[in-house]
Design a protein around this ligand. Structure first.
Ligand SMILES: CC(C)(COP(=O)(O)OP(=O)(O)OC[C@H]1O[C@@H](n2cnc3c(N)ncnc32)[C@H](O)[C@@H]1OP(=O)(O)O)[C@@H](O)C(=O)NCCC(=O)NCCS
Length: 129
């Protein structure tokens, strides 16, 4: 597997304000960096979420030293809701407010598959085209 985009309910590893909210996570192998793939896959995952659970805010935890991840979070519409220390580093608590109808995906030219981790731990894949 060369990449992973996960949507799940945040557990206790972030600030209390984030617990139970939908959390986005992403992990791509270095050879897949720098092409916009992560942004495209995360955009598709968030669009799927907006359809399935309209009105859900999304949280994201990012090491502040991780410049690529911070740039991606900003691109995806996350704004800073706080900072905290974990795993020996400063973390940024990002929050993406619920989408409006005008935020809907406009570029349907490419198919994207995303993996979603449900609260039960079951994983589900979804394709958009
Ligand atoms: C965080 C991570 C997913 C970001 O990957 P990324 O490839 O930099 O992210 P994007 O998909 O937004 O791609 C942006 C880059 O693609 C480039 N790009 C090239 N072609 C592009 C295109 N057609 N469209 C958009 N961007 C394009 C952009 O210029 C940008 O490059 P730059 O950062 O050198 O300026 C990746 O670094 C990663 O997996 N890191 C390890 C795991 C991690 O840190 N996870 C976060 C935990 S919270």
């Amino acid at each position: 597997m060369s990449c992973q985009v996960i949507l799940r309910r945040a557990t206790g590893h972030g600030p209390a304000a984030a617990a139970g909210k939908v959390e986005l996570g992403y992990l791509f192998l270095p050879q897949a960096w720098g092409f916009g793939y992560a942004a495209e896959a995360c955009t598709a995952a968030l669009a799927w979420l907006d359809e399935e659970l309209p009105g859900e805010p999304v949280v994201l935890f990012t090491q502040t030293a991780n410049a690529r991840s911070m740039r991606l979070a900003a691109k995806l519409g996350f704004t800073e809701a706080g900072r905290f220390d974990a795993y020996g580093a400063e973390q940024r608590f990002g929050l993406r407010p619920p989408a409006t109808e005008s935020d809907a995906l406009t570029d349907d030219s490419q198919a994207t598959t995303v993996a979603v981790e449900e609260p039960s731990g079951r994983r589900r894949t979804s394709s958009r085209s």
